[in-house]
Design a protein around this ligand. Structure first.
Ligand code: ATR
Length: 281
């Protein structure tokens, strides 16, 4: 029987996940389809009951439901529980298990430019303290990265992430001024804020004047492909990376949880880049 997968979110019509996942289901000749389901706020409980009743094999969960979905699951994996957000659910013979592949998807995409071993001893700076930062921070801490500072416009939100982390870290919450002055000490800098996203393409979350040459700068934004932060960092000799990799790898890791196959991420990235082609500036 054909297996059914999907993604729930609101809004959902612009999600690239159905095209990306259906392409790899077909590529590996699996009898499965992936659909987008518009689930409005307040309907999450009913949607999860629907997953059970209809026997869907697995779903992704996107904004704004990643936190709300948790109480309706049978089990939540440790890192996802610490993050407090689930983006992937596996239906194991009627038991719904929640995972978070966003943070690990980010790390897997970062592995294109830095190994986990190097990452563990690196000084990392996260810009931003929203849901995306929380997922990346906890996932980095869980894999043994010790030095992860957070800079945020609202410093208390950065402190809250550090305090909530159950894994051993040596972290500081910084103001934008402090981070700008000491930027040169970080080997890895990650923008998790929406600053610089289309249409505000001239905005930057931080000045890169003091950046170390050869620092890695990763921006989780992919529209535009190259944010001003990445553009300016590259001018200073940094190695830059946009958010397409994180999107692709979070999907690849979800696919692996459902099928046991780690898919061809180059194929996925090519497809996503093509889909975005018309939309970026
Ligand atoms: P997400 O869940 O996608 O990470 P979020 O929870 O709304 O989204 O977090 C957005 C992040 O971008 C926050 O770190 C936010 O800073 P505050 O915590 O101070 O709100 C940051 N952010 C958004 N717009 C910003 C702006 N114009 N300048 C600086 N930071 C901004």
């Amino acid at each position: 029987m054909e297996k059914v997968y999907g993604v729930i979110g609101s809004p959902i019509s612009h999600s690239m996940s159905p095209v990306m996942l259906n392409d790899i289901f077909e590529h590996y000749k699996l009898n499965a389809r992936y659909h987008a389901f518009h689930v409005r706020p307040g309907e999450v409980k009913a949607a999860i009951e629907g997953v059970r009743a209809l026997g869907l094999s697995g779903i992704n969960v996107t904004i704004p439901h990643k936190v709300e979905v948790i109480p309706y699951l049978d089990e939540v994996e440790e890192v996802a529980a610490n993050i407090g957000a689930v983006n992937t659910i596996v239906n194991e013979n009627g038991k719904l298990i929640g995972y978070n592949t966003d943070g690990n998807g980010f790390i897997r995409s970062l592995n294109r430019v830095i190994s986990n071993e190097e990452l563990r001893s690196a000084n990392v700076l996260l810009i931003g303290a929203g849901g995306a930062a929380r997922g990346i921070f906890i996932s980095l801490a869980a894999m043994g990265v010790k030095k992860i500072d957070i800079v945020n416009r609202t410093v208390e939100r950065a402190t809250a992430i550090i305090d909530d982390c159950k894994f051993d870290v040596d972290s500081h919450a910084l103001s934008t001024e402090e981070a700008s002055i000491h930027l040169g000490k970080y080997q890895v800098i990650v923008n998790t804020t929406s600053v610089g996203m289309h249409p505000n393409v001239e905005d930057m979350p931080l000045s890169v004047e003091n950046i170390a040459s050869k620092a890695i700068v990763s921006d989780i934004i992919y529209n535009p492909f190259e944010t001003k932060l990445l553009h300016e960092a590259a001018k200073h000799g940094a190695i830059i990376q946009n958010g397409i990799g994180m999107f692709v790898y979070q999907g690849a890791l979800a696919f692996e949880k459902w099928t046991g196959i780690f898919p061809d991420t180059n194929r996925m990235e090519k497809l996503v880049t093509r889909l975005l082609g018309g939309k970026t500036c």
